[in-house]
Design a protein around this ligand. Structure first.
Ligand code: NAD
Ligand code: DAU
Length: 338
């Protein structure tokens, strides 16, 4: 892999023990075995080194917080590209406890940017933002030029990190690129997000708490497609630009729930209508023509990706069972759903 005609030798992945970060590391490790990968992760409740089992050789791990300037500075030695996945990511948790979202998703991004500025040799800083920074859209799609109008403490923090990253391009000429992906799904996603949460509950015949009337819509992008898009951005993206990664695979939450139940052969009576999420965004939809122009388009059809994802959870009970049995997880469910 090359950037500006030079070989990429080392990539620092922050948040590499989480869902998308671990899929990114696995993919790069397989496709570019010559690239050294450094996973820098705090290991919050969402970080899990089991996501990276079997990844050895040319891979190392440092446990650290992106807010820790000295540790980040040390970790940056010899790094050519930084991909920042590290974040607090769950909207529901941001409603109950927003503090860590502001600290990691805004202040942590600032610490990383400052360290990259001082380091002076990083060729690309790819910051993972989200489609949620635009807020909800009733009809049509958001382009990268649409105003940011986030609704939750999570998306507001992500919008802060997104614009801070841009400001380091504009003010200090840091080679920053900003990715704004739609809802991701696939293996190794922590079982608090809609798809893994409902799959792991349906497998145990537990009720599926669907918010409101279930008509809220999300656009579902398989994590493999996201990873391919991010690699293209490293190689061909233009610094200072934001890029939407959408899938054109919009489904209401009720439709997704029905598809999961059908794959598992479980009854619809498991669905339980519960109070709506506070400030719940009704619909996200992206215009991703800029990514298409770079040569990217999603390859995984939702029906196939969902079936494979459900199978993955069915076959990896050992991975998720211990997560859902943890005290902190049980107390999150109690706080959020009771
Ligand atoms: P995740 O919650 O599965 O993983 C987050 C990782 O970051 C964990 O390994 C955690 O330990 C680590 N982390 C958290 N705080 C940290 C800190 N202060 N210092 C170092 N590490 C820290 O998240 P994900 O779903 O893989 O999302 C990755 C990124 O992609 C996030 O920035 C998220 O906002 C963004 N994103 C996610 C989606 C999605 O659907 N999952 C869609 C669009 C954008
Ligand atoms: O759009 C990108 C975003 O997607 C990412 O930036 C976030 O990190 C990621 O968590 C995700 O946010 P959402 O809020 O869209 O994802 P979540 O899986 O929490 O919810 C998806 C939809 O399902 C949403 O409309 C709320 C609904 N839902 C979710 C849960 C957990 C339910 O109805 N019941 C539930 O129990």
């Amino acid at each position: 892999m090359q950037v500006n005609g030079q070989e990429v030798r080392k990539i620092m992945v922050t948040g590499g023990a989480g869902f998308i970060g671990s899929n990114f590391i696995r993919h790069v490790h397989e496709r570019f075995p010559e690239i050294e990968l450094l996973n820098y992760d705090k290991l919050t409740y969402a970080g899990n080194l089991e996501n990276l089992e079997g990844v050895t050789g040319g891979y190392s791990f440092v446990q650290g917080d992106i807010q820790d300037a000295a540790r980040v500075e040390d970790a940056l030695a010899g790094v050519d590209v930084v991909v920042n996945f590290a974040a607090e990511t769950h909207v529901d948790r941001s409603i109950h406890d927003p503090g860590d979202f502001i600290l990691t998703d805004v202040y942590g991004v600032f610490v990383l940017l400052e360290a990259v500025k001082r380091n002076g040799r990083v060729k690309r800083f790819v910051h993972i933002s989200t489609d949620e920074v635009y807020g909800s859209i009733a009809r049509g799609r958001f382009s990268e030029e649409s105003p940011l109008n986030p609704s939750s403490p999570y998306s507001a923090s992500k919008a802060g990190g997104d614009r801070l990253a841009y400001s380091y391009f504009k003010t200090f000429a840091l080679p920053v690129l900003i990715a704004r992906p739609a809802n991701n799904y696939g293996p190794y996603q922590f079982p608090e997000k809609l798809i893994p949460f409902f799959v792991t509950r349906a497998l145990r015949d537990q009720p599926l708490p669907l918010y409101g009337d279930g008509s809220h819509c999300r656009d579902w992008l398989h994590v493999d497609d996201t990873v391919r898009g991010l690699l293209l951005l490293i190689e061909r993206g233009e610094p200072g630009q934001a890029y939407n990664l959408g899938a054109d695979q919009e489904r209401s939450n009720r439709e997704v729930t029905r598809e999961i139940l059908a794959i598992l052969g479980k009854p619809e009576s498991l669905v339980q209508a519960v109070a709506d999420r506070k400030g719940h965004d009704f619909r996200y939809a992206l215009d991703w023509a800029k990514m298409r122009a770079l040569g990217w388009q999603p390859q995984v059809a939702f029906a196939d990706g969902l079936r494979r994802t459900v199978e993955w959870y069915r076959e990896h009970e050992g991975w998720w069972k211990k997560l859902v049995e943890k005290k902190a997880y049980v107390s999150h469910l109690r706080k959020n759903y009771e």
